[in-house]
Design a protein around this ligand. Structure first.
Ligand SMILES: C[S@@+](CC[C@H](N)C(=O)[O-])C[C@H]1O[C@@H](n2cnc3c(N)ncnc32)[C@H](O)[C@@H]1O
Length: 397
């Protein structure tokens, strides 16, 4: 019987052999027989979590640190190669450690007299009843058992989505699909929030998130500025990952005195770069934009927040040309329209942070065709053990 070696892990997490065969569950260095049997190689480890294989939260726990790092690095490097981008320096890949995820959406259902709570199974609506988790920050995981109890005692039977975010004051928790009818139900929720020391508890009963409990305004500190945290706003998934993204952009653009932060969210990059730089922070989500604006005004930070849809109404080439540097961190679709304007501008320094190597590579090609050089590129894996990959990059001309 012939055998083949797994050379790399492909974008969706399968191992791939030299002949291009995809093998689910195999990692770099494994051997696979004709009948599909995987003979574990030096990078194949026992998954740390008992739920691995059923839980849809992780795809790559069978890969050791070296194989994971190689996967994240190659995802980014291959995307660059596919667009024939010439690279100055590939910076070391950053992987977030276990138990650092500071935001997650879990799902829950009543089951018999109890309840199940956890991530969904891959490609299924079934919820895995989470008894351990190696990705969630301990503050989030500590709420899983109490939430199971809360939902078990609840009268409704519809599925519930639970969004958890670790904010400055503790955990911000939103329950979607959880109905609280009557005073006793509301009091039970308030007791829960107080006893668990929640920073905020909000219910979405079909009319948007309504806050039940928020003893002091919930914030997230960006740079050194506490910024109000609106419900459902974007936040980098791990604190250590955010630090790498922020420190890279600071290093890339450190001397620029005027910066436009595009797709700015709450101001993750804007507040880190501001003072000495003056920063224009452009964002389409209204709540995030207002939170950024209020924090900048209250603290007297030189961040000017602008509410604008950069897909339909990107900063024009003339507007872009007024800045010493641009940082952009678009959603997964990338920033085709905005990058076309940057290409036509006279700006010469661009830091591009991305959560999708493919759309990034397409946009990077537009920049390179306009005379930019890709100076630096760093692969980043904040979603440890998953196939989501991020990166920082720096372009000059
Ligand atoms: C990947 S997040 C980055 C946010 C921020 N830079 C950070 O690191 O926290 C992308 C941001 O782009 C915003 N966004 C999505 N579509 C947009 C559009 N068409 N115009 C402007 N901003 C948009 C989202 O609301 C989100 O805040």
């Amino acid at each position: 019987m012939s055998k083949e070696t797994i050379l790399r892990i492909a974008a969706k997490g399968d191992g791939v052999t030299e002949s291009g065969r995809h093998v689910s569950g195999a990692v770099t260095g494994d051997t696979v027989r004709d009948d599909g049997t995987i003979i574990p190689g030096p990078h194949h480890v026992e998954a740390p979590c008992r739920h691995f294989g059923t839980c849809g939260g992780c795809q790559l726990q069978q890969a050791d640190e070296t194989a994971l790092r190689q996967f994240v690095t190659e995802r980014v490097a291959f995307a660059a190669e596919a667009q024939e981008l010439e690279l100055g320096e590939l910076l070391p890949t950053h992987l977030s450690p276990p138990r650092t995820r500071r935001r997650a959406t879990l799902h829950a259902l009543k089951a018999g007299k109890g309840a199940v709570i956890g991530f969904r199974e891959a490609r299924s609506n079934r919820v895995v009843d989470m008894r351990e988790c190696h990705i969630l920050a301990p503050e989030l995981f500590a709420l899983v058992a109490p939430l199971r109890g809360l939902i078990a005692n609840h009268s409704g039977r519809q599925p519930i989505d639970i969004s958890l975010t670790l904010a400055d004051q503790g955990v911000d928790c939103q329950l979607k699909g959880f109905t609280a009818e009557g005073l006793a139900a509301t009091e039970a929720l308030l007791d829960f929030a107080r006893d668990r020391g929640l920073a905020r508890l909000a219910l979405d009963q079909g009319y948007g998130a309504e806050t039940l409990w928020e003893p002091e305004p919930v914030t997230i500190t960006l740079g050194s500025i506490p910024v109000g945290l609106p419900q459902n706003s974007f936040l980098q998934p791990t604190r250590d990952g955010e630090q790498v993204l922020v420190s890279d952009t600071g290093e890339f653009l450190g001397e620029a005195r005027t910066v436009a932060d595009l797709f700015a969210g709450l101001g993750t990059f804007a507040f880190a770069l501001a003072d000495p730089a003056k920063v224009l922070a452009v964002e389409a989500a209204r709540d995030a934009h207002l939170a950024c604006k209020a924090a900048a005004n209250m603290r007297g930070v030189p961040v000017h927040a602008m509410h604008r849809d950069l897909f339909r109404n990107p900063l024009t080439a003339d507007e872009v040309s007024r800045f010493g540097a641009i940082v952009l961190d678009p959603p997964r679709a990338g920033a085709r329209e905005q990058v076309a304007q940057i290409a036509q501008s006279t700006v010469s320094r661009v830091a591009y942070v991305s959560c999708n190597p493919s759309s990034w590579a397409r946009d990077a090609k537009t920049l390179v065709d306009a005379g930019f050089r890709l100076e630096k590129l760093r692969p980043v894996g904040q979603f440890r053990w998953s196939t989501h990959v991020e990166l920082t990059s720096y372009f000059t001309r």
